[in-house]
Ligand binder design. Structure first.
Ligand code: DGY
Length: 328
């Protein structure tokens, strides 16, 4: 009998997922929550046919050169900017991610962050806990309305569309968007969303939510010139990737009161946060938890496992990023 293929689970994973993997593979599972260093990852991947990873494990050409037995990399994330997919294809390695299962959960969070930011909830909570609530005054912690406002969405994929639905049908917002490619007319009509150039979007949005995928081309898509185009007093929310926003430029726009507030779930140097942002009252900071409900995280882990199992047992992985590798 052939020995079971060996796989690495690079981060602590749900017990039921480890059990499923163990039925098919010899599993080397990292138990802790501290990411492996690149050298440790390379070392632990020796002799492994598959890797179950998360957004914190970087897979690039050099790593693939050093791990010639690797055939599948399954990330438990929809974002895959930590995987060099062309390098995977060149090495004959299948890469998979976990789209769809997190769409609604992530959109819920994006909307919650928008509301917390525009309505100054975190600032109010901090003030109350610190004993700063002394009396009522007419403009005490006055923020800006969500209902009826113009919601701008940069990046109109699945999550962007789910946020658009919340804004349009839940809060009567006017929805405008920019995306690399325009949505089909019937989708635009269903969402009540108007397409416009990025500059127009920046000028018109009362609240701008960033949901675009990160790539080198998208690096600092929102920097000082873009922030200068935004409406005075607008709100910015980033649930995409930290590198999309120039954090120093954002901090300056917030400090100067050019933007009313920002809500950030993602950061350039995660888990480190730009120290200037930490000092500003008008920014809500959360630790990259947009997809973090128990149900959704289990679904993401389950889908990553489905991909790994299918890819290494002759099946069809449900969400492959480079499926052409399978037909070689
Ligand atoms: C994703 O799935 O890409 C989320 O950002 C969690 O990593």
């Amino acid at each position: 009998m052939n020995p079971k293929p060996r796989v690495l689970v690079a981060r602590r994973a749900p017990a039921e997922v480890l059990e499923r993997l163990a039925a098919h593979f010899e599993v080397d599972a990292v138990a802790g929550d501290v990411p492996l260093t690149p050298a440790e990852l390379r070392e632990r991947l020796q002799g492994k046919a598959g890797a179950f990873i998360t957004g914190t494990e970087r897979i690039d050409g050099a790593l693939l050169d050093a791990c010639p037995e690797l055939r599948v990399v399954a990330t438990m994330s929809v974002g895959f900017n930590h995987i060099d997919v062309p390098a995977c294809s060149a090495h004959g390695v299948l890469a998979t991610n976990t789209p769809d299962v997190l769409t609604e959960t992530t959109a819920d969070f994006g909307f919650a962050l928008l509301m917390a930011t525009a309505r100054r909830m975190a600032e109010g909570e901090r003030l109350l806990r610190d004993g700063g609530w002394k009396s009522w005054s007419w403009d005490f912690l006055a923020g800006s309305d969500i209902h009826g406002a113009t919601l701008g969405i940069l990046g109109m994929g699945r999550i962007g569309q789910a946020i658009a639905r919340r804004g349009r049908f839940g809060f009567g917002m006017s929805v405008i968007y920019h995306n690399r490619s325009r949505l089909p007319a019937d989708t635009e009509a269903e969402l009540g969303a108007r397409y416009m150039s990025k500059d127009e979007l920046l000028r018109e949005a009362d609240h701008l939510v960033l949901v675009l995928p990160y790539s080198a081309a998208a690096h600092h898509s929102i920097a000082a010139p873009e922030l200068a185009l935004m409406k005075p007093g607008a709100t910015l929310v980033n649930i995409a990737r930290g590198g999309i926003v120039d954090e120093n430029a954002l901090a300056e726009a917030l400090r100067a009161g050019r933007l009313a507030a920002a809500g950030l779930d993602v950061f350039e140097g995660e888990p480190q946060v730009n120290p200037v942002l930490l000092t500003l009252p008008n920014v809500v900071l959360t630790p990259h938890i947009a997809s973090a409900t128990m149900k959704t995280r289990l679904a993401m882990a389950g889908l990553a496992a489905d991909n790994l199992i299918a890819a290494l047992t002759g099946g069809t992985p449900p969400t492959a990023l480079n499926p052409e590798v399978l037909s070689r």
